[in-house]
Ligand binder design. Structure first.
Ligand code: CA2
Length: 147
């Protein structure tokens, strides 16, 4: 069965433990459970990874090419800083969706710029963990349109 990578970056392991007014009360485990169920509705499987390390995220994106047919990426704060992640995404011929739990455009100015948006097929932000389901729907629809 085709597989998607659900890749979460720095500090997202803390979801649900602090700052619920920004990130809600759902946890990383909730994201992984939601993603598994939603992918199954499209006859897809998921691999879920989280890392606080920029290099590990770069490795995961490079490795995704041989294992997955699309990536949902919440790069966390690396979104706003990482040329290395941008280059990794650009180097793999895979559809990657940039995702944020919070509405980064309603927050500090430094969160308004993303190094990775230009090399992703789309961006979803501000819908809490529901966004992961939307991203999986979008990747599934694209796979049907671009087999
Ligand atoms: O809204 C998002 O999903 C973000 O990617 C989350 C990142 C932030 O740097 C981005 O600008 C937007 C931060 C994730 C940190 O998550 C925490 C959760 C609970 C407590 C502390 C941090």
């Amino acid at each position: 069965m085709p597989s998607l990578l659900i890749l979460n970056g720095p500090n997202l392991n803390l979801l649900g433990t602090r700052e619920p007014e920004i990130y809600g009360s759902d946890t990383l485990a909730d994201i992984e459970a939601l993603s598994k169920v939603r992918a199954a509705e499209h006859d897809l499987t998921v691999e879920c990874l989280q890392s606080n390390s920029e290099g590990a995220l770069v490795d995961a994106i490079q490795d995704a090419k041989s294992k997955h047919c699309g990536v949902v990426l919440n790069a966390g704060a690396y979104t706003h800083t990482s040329i290395a992640l941008r280059d990794a995404i650009a180097s793999v011929d895979l559809p990657v969706i940039e995702l944020h739990v919070s509405n980064v455009f309603a927050r500090e100015q430094f969160r308004h710029y993303s190094y990775i948006s230009e090399v992703c097929i789309g961006v979803i932000c501000g819908f809490g963990i529901t966004g992961y389901g939307l991203a999986i729907d979008a990747l599934a629809a694209r796979m049907e349109a671009v087999p």
